[in-house]
Each structure stands twice: as structure tokens, then as C-alpha cells.
Write a protein that binds this ligand. Structure first.
Ligand code: NAP
Ligand code: GDD
Length: 346
């Protein structure tokens, strides 16, 4: 039996690394695109090539960049993937306000470049586009489903809106197998250190170790539907196993504020937070030691922020048979315990 070939972009990131592992275990020949960076950013996939080789499996890295059609054309032409998972992005919403043009080039035009590679070569590739709950933005309806109107609130969200529609356009216009996974926030111990969940658990672990406090955060009132990245990469794969391409919301259906996330993580780390003040003056002290643990830093406020995300994943449950295994409380524990363990704390 010939093995299926998968091509993954964004493999050095949180989702790409879990997805590559998942596909290698499923027996795929996995090719992945990593961009050139001046310091190596491959920790999340360290050893995957060796592990794959030992088990007679394939995991091969190629240098490429979503801003560079030449590299994408060459990689797609050489690998001729059965399935292409496009996860690469400048994925930080806050930073997209500081780098709007670059974000648009990679997050919006980058998708067009990849779709054009597949179309112009006449390949039968099934294409997964990493769409996002940031598309809903202003929150016209709760919970948000595949039929909720979009109203993005950041350069990142607007770029993902283009990416969503150009993906749909290639599906409808050229009959290509292109699917948008509209994923709500998902986290893990591999989450980038400047997203609010991981920043919180990493900093709380350091504070527990006796290092400098406090944890400085922005908008504590924002609500997110947080799931577990390992669960979510399986949903990506399931989407491409469907004969008909479509769009799917992937979410837990639970929503919590950033403040709730911080309070729960602090509890797991052994603190009991007592909140005081309002707005930029809000603070949290540890009830037992009196130590200042959290304060607000307006530098982390965004020009416009998405206040409420809560997804309706019923279509994914009905069609893909997919449901989240890990929900909020367990997720916070997984992240907090992992960062404590990394410092030798429990
Ligand atoms: P992530 O950890 O930030 O990973 C992003 C990946 O994209 C990294 O491998 C990064 O490479 C790569 N990349 C960035 N710019 C690139 C470029 N110009 N060319 C090629 N590769 C580039 O993101 P993630 O959390 O795994 O998310 C994966 C995808 O899902 C992203 O498209 C994100 O926007 C989307 N998404 C994420 C969530 C979530 O909650 N995690 C929810 C919905 C949608 P380096 O390592 O070199 O930086
Ligand atoms: N990053 C960050 N840092 N966010 C903070 C902070 C802070 O210090 N303090 C408060 N927040 C708030 C943000 O303003 C936002 O309302 C919320 O915490 C979540 O921020 P992030 O963790 O940065 O995630 P995000 O929701 O903006 O974006 C993530 O999820 C999207 C899906 O909804 C990213 O992974 C995107 O790539 C993804 O599309």
C-alpha cells in the first residue's frame, strides 16, 4: 500500500508540531516547511525525524516561507502532497497591530500563494486552512457557529478573513478540496510564551520559585473558549478525511474570562488570589503571603479587542464525530503543572 503524503506549514509552532507527530503515527510520509530564522526555533519538533526514521516512517523538513512563492512552488512540486495543512502564520493578534503589513502578507497573501501552487500544478491535494474564531470579532451572535457573520477586529483577524474567503473561493470556483477549520483558542504546554495562558502559567511558576513578581497583564475581562491543542489537531485531520470539503467550528462551548484563567492557574500553583481595584488599577494579592501577584499593564491593551468568544461545535460533532476531550479546568491544570514541573516544582 502506498503511503499518503502530507505537507505541513507552521510545523515549528504549537499546532504544527502536534499535527506532524499525529500524522507520522498515522503512517503518513510527512513533509514540513520551516522558515529560516537567525536562531533555531525547532524545540517542538526536536527528535521527530529520528523517531520517525527508527519506526520506518518519514518526516522531512524543507526550507520555505509563506512570503516566498518560489520556495512554495518548489516544495509542492517535489512533494505532491495528498493533504496540505496550512498552519503557518504571524499568529499573535496583539503584534498584528504593530506589524499589520507583514501580517497581511503572510496570513492573507501567503494562503493565496499556496492555493495557487496546488491549482496551477493541477494536483488533487486536499487543503486545510487554519481559520480562526478571531473572524467573529465583534461577537454579533453567541455561541458562534459556521453561519455567524464575521466582524474581525484586528489586522490579524482581517487577514484571516481574506484567507477564509480565498480558500472558499478556490473550493467553489475551481472545485478544489479546500476546508476551513474555524478553531477557537487552543492551548498546551507548547503554546507560545506571549499568549495569555502560557504567559500566565510560566510567570506564576517563576513567582512560586521565588523569582520577581508580579505578572503584568492587559484586558482581564475578555472571554475565550479555550480547548486543548492535541484534541484540535485530530479535528484538522478528520476534516480532510471527508469526501466533501466544508467549513467547521472547533470549540468546547465553554467560555471563561482571562481573570478566571489566572485565578484557576494561581490556585493550582498554590496561591489564593484576592482581587482589588478596577480597570488599570486592578490587582491580585496572595491571601496567605500578602504578595502582589498580578497587576495591570496598559501596554498589553489592544486598540480593539475581541471581548467574547464561545463556539458552537455541533456540526463537527455531527459530521466528524469530533468532541473535545479536555475542558477548561483540566486544561489549566495541564499547563500550570507542566510549567511547575519544568522548574522542579509540583
Ligand atoms: P504558532 O505557534 O504561532 O505557530 C506559527 C507557525 O507559523 C510557526 O511554525 C512559525 O514559524 C510559522 N510561520 C510564521 N511566519 C511564517 C512564514 N512567513 N513562513 C512560514 N512559516 C511561518 O501558531 P499555532 O498556535 O500553532 O497556530 C497554528 C495556526 O492556527 C496559525 O495559522 C494560527 O493563526 C491558527 N489558529 C490558532 C489558534 C490557537 O488558538 N492556537 C486558533 C485558531 C487559529 P517560526 O517557528 O519560525 O516562527
Ligand atoms: N497575549 C496577551 N498577553 N493577551 C493578554 C494579555 C497579555 O499580557 N493580557 C490580557 N490579554 C488578553 C488579550 O487582550 C485577549 O483578549 C486574550 O487575553 C487572549 O489573548 P491571546 O492569548 O493573545 O490570544 P488571542 O485570543 O488574541 O488569539 C489567539 O487565539 C485566536 C483564536 O481565537 C491566537 O492563537 C490566534 O492566532 C488565534 O487565531
Amino acid at each position: 500500500m502506498t503511503r499518503k503524503v502530507a505537507l505541513v506549514t507552521g510545523v515549528t509552532g504549537q499546532d504544527g508540531s502536534y499535527l506532524a507527530e499525529f500524522l507520522v503515527e498515522k503512517g503518513y510520509q510527512v513533509h514540513a516547511i520551516a522558515r529560516r530564522t537567525s536562531s533555531f526555533s525547532r524545540d517542538r519538533i526536536d527528535g521527530l525525524r529520528d523517531r520517525a526514521r527508527e519506526n520506518g516512517q518519514t518526516f522531512e523538513l524543507h526550507y520555505g516561507d509563506l512570503s516566498d512563492s518560489t520556495s512554495l512552488n518548489s516544495i509542492v512540486a517535489t512533494t505532491r502532497p495528498d493533504e496540505l495543512y496550512n498552519l503557518a502564520a504571524q499568529s499573535h493578534v496583539g503584534i498584528s497591530f504593530q506589524q499589520p503589513e507583514y501580517t497581511t502578507d503572510v496570513v492573507a497573501t501567503g494562503v493565496l500563494r499556496l492555493l495557487e501552487c496546488v491549482r496551477s500544478m493541477g494536483l488533487d491535494t486536499r487543503f486545510y486552512q487554519a481559520s480562526t474564531s478571531e473572524l467573529y470579532g465583534a461577537g454579533i451572535e453567541v455561541p458562534q457557529s459556521e453561519t455567524t457573520p464575521f466582524h474581525p477586529l484586528s489586522p490579524y483577524g482581517v487577514s484571516k478573513l481574506y484567507a477564509f474567503w480565498i480558500s472558499k473561493n478556490y473550493r467553489d470556483g475551481y472545485g478544489m478540496h479546500v476546508t476551513n477549520g474555524i478553531l477557537f483558542n487552543h492551548e498546551s504546554p507548547r503554546r507560545g510564551e506571549n499568549f495569555v495562558t502560557r504567559k500566565t502559567t510560566l510567570e506564576l511558576a517563576r513567582i512560586r520559585q521565588g523569582r520577581e513578581a508580579p505578572l503584568r497583564l492587559g484586558n482581564l475581562n475578555a472571554r475565550r473558549d479555550w480547548g486543548y491543542a492535541k484534541d484540535y489537531v485530530e479535528a484538522m485531520w478528520l476534516m480532510l478525511q471527508q469526501d466533501t470539503p466544508d467549513d467547521y467550528v472547533i470549540a468546547t462551548g465553554e467560555t471563561h474570562t482571562v481573570r478566571e484563567f489566572v485565578a484557576r492557574a494561581a490556585e493550582v500553583a498554590g496561591f489564593e488570589l484576592e482581587w482589588s481595584g478596577e480597570g488599570p488599577q486592578e490587582k491580585a494579592h496572595d491571601r496567605k503571603s500578602g504578595r502582589l501577584i498580578v497587576e495591570i499593564d496598559p501596554a498589553y491593551f489592544r486598540p480593539s479587542d475581541v471581548e467574547l468568544l464561545c463556539g458552537d461545535g455541533s456540526k463537527a460533532k455531527r459530521t466528524l464525530g469530533w468532541e473535545p476531550k479536555v475542558k477548561f479546568n483540566e486544561l489549566v491544570e495541564i499547563l500550570m503543572k507542566s510549567d511547575l514541573a519544568a522548574l522542579g516544582l509540583d
